[in-house]
Design a protein around this ligand. Structure first.
Ligand code: SAH
Length: 223
């Protein structure tokens, strides 16, 4: 009551939602204390437009610029948990979007290399994460399906948009012993989250669960 719009993100309703968000993650199999702590610490309202501040702690995906979405917190937590990130690892993220998943990863990994095909989203996330003082993140505006050859190989690769098939370039840029988490399928059709492991040059694929993501598209957008 009587709060300015700019104060919305600090209101009590939002904090209550944060507590139930963490409970919800626990109920749905997120048991990694580091991931729960990182999600509890990060203010997700920074990553959405002001009219969505009061929804930022809900366990739902929300719209961001360029017709894209900030992923549901449970999906961010699940993908991060399956990625098995350690503090000495270099992670490639394809699909920066809002930068929320990027920040989560950066609090656990050594370095995060993130690629976005929309210039607007790339710049916005880069500026925001600079303000937040996340220093171990490197940003690139390009087609992430091609990976980041100059920085390869990566210990971990996470793709936050749905691919038709496991992207070959990314497989090649995954280090020995590496893990990649990628949603695979058709838009509006069944999509399955896959866990891909590379061991002694062999590729092992495990199907995790059904998901819904925006598509992984080729090329870049100049806006
Ligand atoms: N993790 C992000 C998810 C954003 S949605 C978040 O929580 O905010 C997926 C993002 O992948 C979109 O921003 C989309 O533009 C981007 N994307 C799709 N295809 C891509 C590609 N080939 N290279 C880089 N980014 C891509």
């Amino acid at each position: 009551m009587g709060k300015k719009n700019s104060d919305m993100k600090f209101n009590s309703n939002s904090n209550e939602n944060k507590v139930s968000l963490i409970l919800d993650l626990r109920k749905n199999g997120i048991n990694n204390p580091e991931i729960l702590r990182v999600i509890e610490q990060i203010d997700r309202s920074y990553f959405v437009d002001s009219h969505l501040y009061d929804k930022s702690n809900l366990n739902t995906a929300l719209p961001i610029d360029c017709g894209q979405t900030i992923s549901q917190p449970l999906i961010v937590a699940l993908m991060t948990q399956h990625l098995e990130v350690k503090s000495n690892m270099r992670v490639l993220e394809v699909g920066t979007g809002s930068g929320y998943q990027t920040l989560v990863l950066s609090k656990i990994a050594k370095f995060v290399y993130t690629i976005e095909r929309y210039k607007t989203l790339h710049q916005k996330a880069k500026e925001l994460l600079k303000i937040i003082k996340a220093k171990n993140i490197f940003f690139r505006h390009s087609d992430g399906g091609l990976g980041w050859i100059e920085q390869a190989p990566f210990d971990r690769i996470i793709v936050t948009a749905c691919a038709f098939e496991i992207p070959n370039h990314l497989l090649e840029q995954l280090d020995e012993g590496g893990i990649m988490i990628v949603p695979v399928g058709e838009v509006h059709e069944e999509q399955v989250l896959k866990k891909v492991k590379k061991n002694k040059g062999k590729i092992y694929v495990e199907n995790l669960e059904k998901v819904r993501f925006v598509p992984l598209l080729e090329g870049v957008e100049k806006q």
